[in-house]
Design a binder for this molecule. Structure first.
Ligand SMILES: *Cc1c(COP(=O)(O)O)cnc(C)c1O
Length: 339
């Protein structure tokens, strides 16, 4: 294994006092629906509003002293983590993103003192710009998912989950580039090999799902999604997160935009939590009956809260949502359901 439980334990020491050990709380509504404990690991409560601080901070702190600046491509949250870590270490940071990234995420990154470069309409465009800066400005690139220190940092979530609930049987992981899923697989399965880890993505533009099916990294077209943090490719030259996800994930399940919308409403109205579309894909798969009776206790990771509040208010109030050139019809949440 290119990333081991020992690497993840080391990362846990590095991020201590910076990334929080977030709580894992039961969702009474989801638990009743599943007939077993359904737990939420609340990474939306991290100082930057997303779990990405763990991997980004671990990677930046492990850079050689000679490095004077860093760059990355990002759908927003990794960039915020890198910006936060770089500021702590006094390094220059240039965060490359595409026009698909919500303004709230861009503002959050600028507020941390990082430079922002918006290029093109896809993660691939942002990645090309980041690689250009490596050559032109001598910056070191930190991949959002294909980096051993990033994967080890994200893996600390799996460590904390297994420490809090050693009886966990199933973990539902939002899946994009697979750094999170790879880290959680390594940590959870090293502690209990019987734990099942299921990756969940949106059903349009799910690069890791398409790559696992093909048996090698493939490109997919990136489209607007409520789960904007799950967009982008995995890199045709993927070295770590693809082989780890391919070997260790027990399954990958896809959910539709309507199912993501419904789950965002459930998380808000039943659990009173404000979170991004990317976070609720595990709940969405469960609610849509796409998981065959997962063994419980079941847990999912509420990965972040950095959403566009105007769009969130539209979703919650049942209005139509513009997604690129498509419209997702609005739907009001089932009134009067109280727990
Ligand atoms: C990055 C991100 C993910 C997916 O993580 P990967 O390591 O790319 O699979 C899920 N949710 C949120 C909020 C994210 O920012």
């Amino acid at each position: 294994m290119p990333v081991t439980l020992a690497d993840i334990s080391k990362a846990q020491q590095v991020i201590r006092g910076v990334a929080d050990q977030t709580p894992m709380v039961p969702s009474p509504f989801m638990s009743r629906l599943c007939g077993q404990d359904f737990l939420l690991k609340l990474e939306n409560m991290q100082p930057i509003g997303a779990f990405k601080l763990r991997g980004a901070y671990n990677a930046v702190m492990n850079l050689p002293e000679s490095v004077s600046g860093v760059t990355c491509c990002s759908t927003g949250n990794h960039g915020r983590g890198v910006a936060y870590a770089a500021a702590k270490k006094g390094l220059r940071a240039v965060i490359c993103m595409s026009e698909l990234v919500p303004k709230a995420k861009i503002d959050g990154i600028k507020a941390l003192g990082a430079e922002v470069s918006i290029t093109g309409t896809s993660q691939d465009d942002a990645m090309a710009e980041s690689q250009r800066l490596v050559h032109s400005d001598g910056l070191v690139e930190i991949s959002p998912f294909d980096d051993p220190f990033v994967i080890a940092g994200q893996g600390t979530i799996g460590l904390e989950m297994m420490e809090a609930r050693p009886d966990l049987k199933t973990i539902l992981v939002p899946l994009s580039g697979g750094g999170l899923a790879a880290g959680i697989c390594v940590a959870a399965k090293a502690i209990n090999p019987a734990v099942e880890v299921i990756g969940i993505s949106m059903d349009r533009g799910a690069a890791m799902h398409a790559s696992i099916k093909a048996g090698h990294p493939v490109e997919v077209e990136e489209v607007a999604s409520l789960a904007d943090s799950l967009g982008g490719g995995i890199g045709l030259n993927n070295q770590l997160s693809f082989p780890l996800c391919n070997a260790l994930l027990d399954d990958v399940v896809l959910v539709s935009e309507a199912e993501i919308r419904d789950a965002m409403q459930v998380l808000f109205f039943e659990d009173r939590i404000v979170a991004e579309g990317a976070c609720v894909v595990g709940m969405a798969a469960m609610l849509a009956g796409k998981l065959r009776k997962p063994k419980g206790p079941v847990a999912t990771i509420i990965t972040g809260r950095n959403l566009d509040m105007d769009q969130f208010l539209q979703i919650i109030s049942g209005q139509d949502i513009q997604l690129g050139d498509r419209i997702l019809a609005g739907k009001r949440y089932g009134a009067g359901r109280v727990l």
